[in-house]
Design a protein around this ligand. Structure first.
Ligand SMILES: *[C@@H]1O[C@H](CO)[C@@H](O)[C@H](O)[C@H]1NC(C)=O
Ligand SMILES: *[C@@H]1O[C@H](CO)[C@@H](O)[C@H](O)[C@H]1NC(C)=O
Ligand SMILES: *[C@@H]1O[C@H](CO)[C@@H](O)[C@H](O)[C@H]1NC(C)=O
Ligand SMILES: *[C@@H]1O[C@H](CO)[C@@H](O)[C@H](O)[C@H]1NC(C)=O
Ligand SMILES: *[C@@H]1O[C@H](CO)[C@@H](O)[C@H](O)[C@H]1NC(C)=O
Ligand SMILES: *[C@@H]1O[C@H](CO)[C@@H](O)[C@H](O)[C@H]1NC(C)=O
Ligand SMILES: *[C@@H]1O[C@H](CO)[C@@H](O)[C@H](O)[C@H]1NC(C)=O
Ligand SMILES: *[C@@H]1O[C@H](CO)[C@@H](O)[C@H](O)[C@H]1NC(C)=O
Ligand SMILES: *[C@@H]1O[C@H](CO)[C@@H](O)[C@H](O)[C@H]1NC(C)=O
Ligand SMILES: *[C@@H]1O[C@H](CO)[C@@H](O)[C@H](O)[C@H]1NC(C)=O
Ligand SMILES: *[C@@H]1O[C@H](CO)[C@@H](O)[C@H](O)[C@H]1NC(C)=O
Ligand SMILES: *[C@@H]1O[C@H](CO)[C@@H](O)[C@H](O)[C@H]1NC(C)=O
Ligand SMILES: [Cu+2]
Length: 557
């Protein structure tokens, strides 16, 4: 190889230049940064001083090495949300599940290879509530020379939706844990870090999406909010959806996208309207009246080049907060592309058929004065997950006893009308329970929302796998009739799915990834309250079917 070619490749692999290269290096310095939003300044945790954080670019089949150096006072860990992490659970990131945290002054190199995935994902902190500001995009391009299964857009843009609190987010959740009640809702939503105009703040700080007329733009949309599902709209424009959670879908057009925390959506925007300014809106979707949300709409501007500065912005009205039909319209339109090149490998038979209730509960809390001694908790099959003090994956690999048990129930302890009036006793049990699966088992999980305290849409995220969403409905799942309606041909494949408020979803996956894999609600408040569990997938027999040994720099507890 010519030495200049070698230099080019080396540079390409050190910086996000997407030449052919197998290993990409990134350095994430976790540092505090003073940032002004909503007319007030606070110090936030960031990667490299950026909010939102830097975008990671890679191609399918690349190995990505990210050295995370912790310069802040908090323990840190970072999750590469949606990356399969085949046999490399050590690089998955959830604190105390696959690794101990990176403590102040320490560093850890996340080392993983991207296999069989291309599209948009996100990375975010997976400890405390740090992901409020510690998040960014993960863009996986197809292998060099492999086209998208849709016309190549002229340009690509990352759009990250988030939530902003004027207060320190750790203070917000700590206050809630003390009181036993729900934490304060955010003070604004953000689009690429900016809320747009908000009441009582004269700054008109809003993100501007500059475009040229007559072009196509691939918008890589990410919901990095902590606790809210969001609607996303652009005035006067429809978008063509081509991918979600880094899997291709059958293209369809829509004027409104609904996106839950942890989900990603690739949408093609055609700039075919009159030159001008168009409002971009991100607003909350919450179809349970009793649950408080931040009801402010974040706005940005789609700005065509050549627009006169005096021209007025074309407005759009966001959907109502409880616009369930609008959300369903979007969700029900999603289908796997299921082409010859990208087949939907839906498990047709099920080895492990599981039924998990997801919802809230109330447990005693003698120190919680505001509630007269009780606190809100959350549970899966009535188990409120208790975080261990050493990582589950380490306990599994090194056979350390007493950290977890493998008796997570495959069914609720007793049946009740899950979406009807709640049982008399709202208490839960607690424990660090895992559900154990043999290598390569096919698994179906029906996730059933409960009406305990309030029915609510829970975006459930599974680490280490994509799953197919084979069914979805309202009320209680009926094991006799509902499976007859399942789509086993081209259901959408993703890593995070909203369990409808007062309803259920059925997902299927192949347990072809040995290790310990977290499954939890991606509303951070529910995760904190215990709506989480983990699967333990055994090694297989073949040499490529075993969990790799941990890297030498794996953080210690
Ligand atoms: C943030 O601002 C405060 C008050 O002005 C200052 O003391 C602190 O050093 C600043 N921190 C950073 C990380 O810039
Ligand atoms: C990354 O992990 C692979 C094994 O999956 C290993 O071969 C390689 O040496 C690791 N790289 C670094 C820099 O640790
Ligand atoms: C939460 O909201 C209440 C009421 O507005 C306020 O008094 C309190 O300071 C807030 N807590 C935090 C941590 O910001
Ligand atoms: C805006 O300020 C006014 C006057 O101080 C106050 O009454 C109102 O509650 C504030 N609104 C918001 C949304 O903070
Ligand atoms: C948003 O919520 C606040 C506080 O709950 C309420 O006062 C206000 O009317 C709501 N605004 C809208 C547009 O619903
Ligand atoms: C559902 O989507 C179709 C096609 O985009 C649209 O015509 C219809 O108005 C939508 N319905 C709702 C309730 O959003
Ligand atoms: C706590 O108890 C007091 C006195 O019995 C009662 O007035 C109050 O409503 C109770 N609060 C809650 C949140 O149950
Ligand atoms: C469950 O409760 C709902 C709401 O009250 C009711 O409509 C439904 O009939 C109940 N289902 C059963 C099986 O009792
Ligand atoms: C959950 O567990 C608690 C504690 O054992 C029990 O009292 C309660 O009845 C259970 N609830 C459900 C819905 O299983
Ligand atoms: C779990 O439940 C037991 C028995 O009810 C209780 O003693 C313990 O404090 C609970 N642990 C946590 C972390 O809630
Ligand atoms: C795992 O299961 C898939 C699908 O059922 C099958 O194609 C594959 O051969 C299996 N692999 C092993 C190692 O059993
Ligand atoms: C950070 O993590 C270590 C290891 O689990 C733990 O001992 C320590 O208490 C944590 N520090 C804080 C501030 O939570
Ligand atoms: Cu939830």
């Amino acid at each position: 190889m010519d030495s200049w070619v070698r230099v080019l490749i080396l540079l390409g692999c050190l910086f996000p230049v997407l030449v052919q290269c197998r290993v990409r290096h990134y350095k994430f310095n976790v540092v505090m940064k003073n940032t002004t939003r909503l007319c007030s300044t606070k110090s936030i945790v960031t990667v490299n001083g950026k909010f939102p954080g830097p975008t990671i670019y890679a191609r399918e089949d690349d190995t990505v090495l990210i050295k995370v150096v912790n310069h802040v006072k908090y323990n840190v860990s970072i999750h590469w949300h949606g990356i399969r992490q085949l046999r490399t659970g050590w690089a998955d990131g959830p604190a105390y599940i696959t690794q101990c945290p990176i403590q102040p002054g320490q560093s850890y190199v996340y080392n993983f290879t991207i296999t069989g995935q291309r599209g948009t994902l996100l990375w975010h902190a997976h400890i405390l509530w740090l992901r409020a500001t510690l998040h960014g995009a993960l863009v996986i391009l197809p292998k060099l020379g492999v086209p998208y299964p849709f016309p190549k857009p002229n340009h690509e843009r990352v759009i990250i939706l988030g939530e902003w609190w004027k207060s320190d987010t750790e203070a917000v959740i700590n206050e809630a844990l003390k009181s036993g009640l729900a934490p304060n809702v955010s003070d604004a939503h953000t689009i690429n870090g900016h809320p747009g105009p908000v009441p009582n703040c004269s700054s008109t700080d809003g993100f501007i999406l500059d475009v040229e007329p007559g072009k196509t733009y691939l918008l890589r949309l990410i919901n990095a909010a902590l606790n809210e599902e969001l609607f996303f709209k652009i005035a006067g424009h429809r978008m063509t959806i081509v991918e979600v959670d880094a899997t291709y879908v059958k293209p369809f057009k829509t004027d409104t996208i609904v996106i839950a925390p942890g989900q990603t959506t690739n949408a093609i925007l055609t700039t075919d309207r009159a030159v001008g300014k168009y409002m971009v809106a991100a607003s909350p979707f919450m179809d349970t009246p009793v649950v408080a949300v931040d009801n402010l709409t974040a706005t940005a501007t789609l700005h065509y080049s050549g627009t006169l500065s005096s021209s007025l912005t074309t407005f759009t009205r966001p959907p109502a907060q409880n616009a369930t039909p609008v959300a369903n319209n979007f969700t029900n339109s999603l289908r796997s592309l299921n082409s010859n090149k990208y087949p939907a490998k839906v498990p047709q038979k099920v080895d492990h058929s599981l039924f998990f209730t997801v919802g809230l509960g109330i447990n005693p809390c003698p120190t919680c004065k505001a509630t007269n001694g009780s606190r809100v908790v959350a549970a899966v099959n009535n188990v409120t997950f208790v975080m261990p003090t050493i990582a589950l994956l380490q306990a599994h690999f090194f056979n350390i006893k007493g950290v977890f048990t493998t008796d997570f129930p495959g069914n609720p302890p007793f049946a009740f009308n899950y979406t009807g009036s709640p049982p008399a006793n709202l208490g839960t049990t607690n424990g660090t329970k895992l559900y154990r699966l043999p290598y390569n088992a096919t698994v179906q999980v029906v996730l059933q929302d409960t009406g305990i305290i309030a029915p609510e849409n829970h975006p459930i995220h599974l680490h280490g796998f994509n799953f197919f969403v084979v069914g979805r409905g309202l009320g209680n799942f009926n094991p006799k009739t509902d499976p007859k309606t399942f789509n086993l041909v081209d259901p959408v494949e993703r890593n995070t799915i909203g369990v409808p408020s007062g309803g259920w979803v059925a997902i299927r996956f192949l347990a072809d990834n040995p290790g310990v894999w977290f499954m939890h609600c991606h509303l951070e408040v529910h995760t904190t309250w215990g709506l989480k569990m983990a699967f333990l997938v055994d090694n297989g027999k073949g040499p490529n079917e075993v969990l790799l040994p941990p890297p030498k720099d794996l953080p210690k507890c």
